[in-house]
Structures are given as structure tokens and as C-alpha cells.
Design a protein around this ligand. Sequence first.
Ligand code: ATP
Length: 376
Amino acid sequence: MTSHAQLSSVPEAAPEQAPVLAMHNIRHAYGHHLAVEDVGLEVRQGEVVCLLGPSGCGKTTLLRIVAGLEVLQQGRVDLNGVPIGRPGKAHVPPEKRNVGLAFQDSALFPHLSVLQNVTFGLEALPVRERRRRALELLEQLGMGRYAETYPHMLSGGQQQRVALARALAPAPRLMLLDEPFSSLDARLRDRIRDDTLHVLKKVGAGALLVTHDPEEAMFMADRIALMRDGHIVQMGTPRELYCAPVDPFVVTFFGEVNELEGVVRRGRVDTPVGEVLAPALAEGSRARVMIRPEALRVVALDETPADHHSHVIMAKLLGRTSLLHICAHGAGGREDHLHARVPGVFLPEEGQPITVRLDPSQVFVFPADPGATAGP
Ligand code: ATP
């Protein structure tokens, strides 16, 4: 929790255009265990950046370094253009960094009402202004009518909203959020995420949010830093990561994919569902073709063709989409079992003959052999 009286602890001499957070060349180890290495990233004012990645990849460590809960070992951290941490230099303590913290287990003060919890960090403001600001935030997060309630009378989701309001109340320029929605059930999580996003955008704070859920990252983030084993693998907009992944890990992290192998001939790889361009791969090399289920366009045929044809093995309705298990027939009698995801209700019978076409924007080709050259 940060108070207005403490804002001056971080010098105000920041250049106008400086990002609210800049991390350079961060390395952090716990004993002999290297948790984070060579990480650099920026968060600009009003921008939501998500640290995304599997468990143990170093997301929380980065957040804790920014918050001042871990002492910086190597690299540099600037808030609003001013260094708050350099190895060997004085360490600005957490409560003097003017950052808002919202963690999964953000505990409220049990003996204070909701309103008192939110006004707690605002001693520097006149009482009336404190109250106005707290009520405004509670209102924005749908908690206005609980102002006089005590934390034990609230559900987990409601407590989470209050914790968020409390973190936002001192108007930090940077919010740090560590899996703040993960303890909530799916429907509540969607609503609180949505409210949080709108409040962050309204107050114009920069935000660094940790999550392991790719959909949450895409929902919340202006930019995503996808991490693996302590490194950032790719940093970009959700669209860049989803539509222009730099390696197979990035492709698979965003959902199920069909994987096929083939050999590059004249800059292309032949698959049972059509040719795929592989201009950056060496002629004759083996290619790993990754096809998102939604890239397969399935058309049912009225008649069974005389030759080998692709057909449906099974079809399941998943709600907004239907999932088709298909057997795709290729040259030389090759058969591949693929999953196709099509919008709405499309449930052809088992054995239904089909043709399958590819949407090339959802197909990615990488070298099958490590060390070879990748291509789009
Ligand atoms: P999760 O999503 O599970 O929270 P994460 O991506 O946030 O994971 P970190 O919590 O940053 O990952 O942990 C990175 C690595 O450092 C992990 O291997 C973890 O076991 C290790 N680690 C984290 N904190 C400590 C600690 N205090 N002492 C020793 N090792 C630690």
C-alpha cells in the first residue's frame, strides 16, 4: 500500500515520454537456481503488459523485483525514467515506489470497512477527497453499495474488487497484478477481468499483469511478453504472438495445433490438406507444419468420390464451435488424423466424405531439425 505522502520518494524528474516501467537486462537467481535471465521490457503509461508463461518460468520473480520485494541482483529498473534499483545501489523500499499491488491473495484489513480499506493509503488527502475518490473507484468496480460492509461479509470476488480499488486509490502510475483473478470461478472471473480492464484504462495507469492463461493475456493485454525458462521468448501485441509466432512453443502455448511433417520441395511442403509455403527453409529439409484447428475449412461432399477421400471420424459440439475429428487422405495413401474447429453447430455423420482446405494465415512452418532456418 502506498500513500500520497510517499510519492515524493521516487524523484519526479522523469523525462516526459519515459515509460512508467523500464527493465533492462534483469538476471535473478535463488541460490544456484537461475530464475530469470537477460530480461528487458517496458510498460508505457496507460498500457497493460502481460507476463505470460508456464508455471516456474519467472513471471512472479520479475513482478517482485519491480515491487521491491526481491532485491535486484543484476540489471536496472526505472520507474518513470528514474532508476529505483541498480545492483549495489540503494534499494528504494516497496512502500516508496508508488506502485499499486494486487495479488491473488491480497488480504484486506479485517477490522476496517470496505471504505476504510480503500481510503487507507490516502492520508495525505483531505477526508472528503479521500472518501470521494474511494467511493468513485468502488462504484467503478461495482462495489459502491458495500462501502460500509466488512471484508468477512464479502465473497472472494467482492474482496478481490475491493483489493483492486485499494491498490488503485493512491493513483499509482504503475499497477502490478499477480494472477489477481485465478481464485475466482469462471463466470465471475470474466466480469472482474472486464471491470478491471476498464478501470485501468480509465485511470490511465500502466499495468504489468502476471498470468499463465493465454486467453486472459489476450483479453487484458496491449502487449504480451511470453516467457519460458526465465527468458522472454516473444514480446508483442496479442495479434503478433497469435498470428506471427516466432517458434513452435509460442504456437502451442495459445492452444491445440495439428502437427504434420513434410519435406521442403521448391519452397513448399505438401500435406494431405494442401501445399504450405516454406520459403525460408532449405530445399530438401524436413519441416514441421503446425496447423490450428480453425485453419481447416471443411466442406461436406454430396457424393462419395471414387478415389481415396478425406472423411469425418467424429463430430462434437463444444458450444460456440464444433470440433471435427477428420481423417485426411494425402498422396501415396498417407492418412492423418486432424482436428478441425468450425463455428456454430456443424455435426456431420461418421464417414461423411469431405474436402478440406487450409487458411494459410493459421498455418506455421518451422524446421523439424533444430538449428535449421525457420520460415513463416
Ligand atoms: P508460477 O506461475 O507457478 O507462479 P512463475 O512463472 O511466477 O511461476 P517464479 O515464481 O518467478 O515463476 O519462479 C521462477 C523459478 O524460481 C521457479 O523455478 C521457482 O521454483 C523458483 N523460485 C521462486 N521463488 C523462489 C525462492 N524464494 N527460493 C527458491 N526458488 C524460488
